[in-house]
Design a protein around this ligand. Structure first.
Ligand code: SAH
Ligand code: SF4
Length: 382
């Protein structure tokens, strides 16, 4: 229920939730399917546009419900086809959504929280502290907005958004219920019909929630590893102090083993010059991942002001990749896309109102950025 309007936002309801909503109104459950198609296939937010719904029901719906996506603050299209939206959520903060076309694929990178409480040392989102969890409507609303920008005709859904990755701002497993509902809508044929293999949740390692996730959904899982030993990971990904590597990898094993054959864990590893990019780190990684069916995605660090880290040279990146490759791993290096619109991985800043005060030391940085005359809210390019 929206605090401002007192209405139920139908955008964030899964099919069973929408069925219950209609039942509670004394209406037939099948209405849920009709409404979902209007909302997600056709991008409709006006009940009067729903031609197969009678006038009386439309009036009833108008009185009790709404279809409301997050407010679009800006939309940028990069010269390489990457698109980025900055959207404002109910808490007043802004988050970012990025669309990356590549070959026959179109991947949408979706945010789950405004800011993040986990404070990974190389992540600009973490440096802003935590503000709020997005509602289910705000999470799926990012897909809704992106899909509408491609014309919102069902036939086009396949061609535009083929994959969704929960790799935008925030830790999705710390906004569990809303993220799960949104992912259910992504996979539902009445929603976006994206296959479970093509919806990926990325986590920095909230172990108990990985097991919870296994109970409710079978999306693909990506682990933000970033360090091959606890000593280093404690520094780069502080949640490691609570859930160290052995525990974490065991939880990931449990998660993927129930997905059946051919499903693998994606390992994300941000390469930081002189910190985790040495041959000895690659060797430790090989040992660590020996028993885990996985593919490795190396992410060269994307700099932001005062991060204190640098991106390794291309030679160092290739050397690291080669060592893993020679050990039999499937290793890709994530190319930076949408650089001209600040859409690179780990550079999403939105505009978060920090409630944790963690980011006090970064406020000065943000002030400097706004003084530099940024024209839109995404302003973290060094
Ligand atoms: N909170 C989740 C998902 C969002 S971050 C997680 O941590 O997995 C998506 C990926 O980008 C993560 O692997 C994250 O560690 C990485 N990342 C964060 N900041 C980065 C930066 N500055 N350069 C490159 N990758 C970064
Ligand atoms: Fe949060 Fe992920 Fe950034 Fe870590 S890398 S601070 S978990 S968004």
């Amino acid at each position: 229920m929206s605090e401002s309007t007192g209405k139920v936002n139908l955008l964030g309801l899964t099919q069973p939730q929408l069925e219950s909503f209609f039942e509670s109104m004394g209406e037939k459950r099948f209405r849920a399917g009709q409404i979902m198609k209007w909302i997600h296939h056709f991008g409709v937010d006006d009940f009067d546009a729903m031609t197969n719904v009678g006038k009386a029901l439309r009036e009833k719906l108008k009185a009790r419900a709404e279809i409301r996506g997050p407010e679009i603050v800006s939309e940028d299209i990069s010269s390489d086809g990457t698109r980025k939206w900055v959207v404002r959520v109910a808490s007043g903060s802004c988050v970012e959504t990025v669309y990356i076309p590549q070959g026959g694929r179109g991947t949408l990178c979706v945010s789950s929280q405004a800011g993040c409480a986990l404070d990974c040392s190389f992540c600009s989102t973490g440096k802003q502290g935590f503000n709020s969890n997005l509602t289910a409507a705000e999470v799926i609303g990012q897909v809704w907005i992106a899909n509408k920008s491609f014309g919102s005709v069902p036939a086009k859904i396949d061609r535009a958004i083929t994959n969704v990755v929960m790799m935008g701002m925030g830790e999705p497993l710390l906004n569990f219920d809303n993220v799960v509902s949104a992912m259910q809508i992504m996979m539902d044929d009445l929603g976006y019909g994206i296959s479970k293999r093509k919806v990926t949740l990325s986590t920095s390692g909230v172990v108990p929630m990985i097991d919870e996730l296994a109970k409710v959904i079978d999306v693909s899982l990506a682990l933000s590893l970033h360090a091959p030993n606890d000593e280093l990971r404690n520094v780069l990904v502080p949640i490691n102090k609570k859930y160290p590597l052995e525990m974490l990898l065991a939880a990931c094993q449990r998660y993927i083993s129930r997905l059946g054959e051919k499903r693998v864990l994606t390992i994300e590893y941000t390469l930081l010059k002189g910190v985790n990019d040495q041959p000895e780190h690659a060797a430790q990684m090989i040992e660590l991942l020996a028993d885990i069916p996985c593919k490795i995605n190396l992410i060269p660090f994307n700099p932001f002001p005062h991060s204190g880290y640098e991106r390794p040279s291309n030679n160092a990146i290739r050397r690291f990749q080669d060592i893993l490759h020679k050990a039999g791993h499937n290793v890709t290096v994530r190319t930076t896309r949408g650089e001209d619109i600040d859409a690179a991985c780990g550079q999403l800043v939105g505009q978060v109102m920090d409630r944790t005060r963690r980011s006090e030391r970064y406020i000065a940085v943000r002030e400097l950025q706004s003084e530099a005359g940024a024209t839109h809210l995404a302003t973290n390019r060094s």
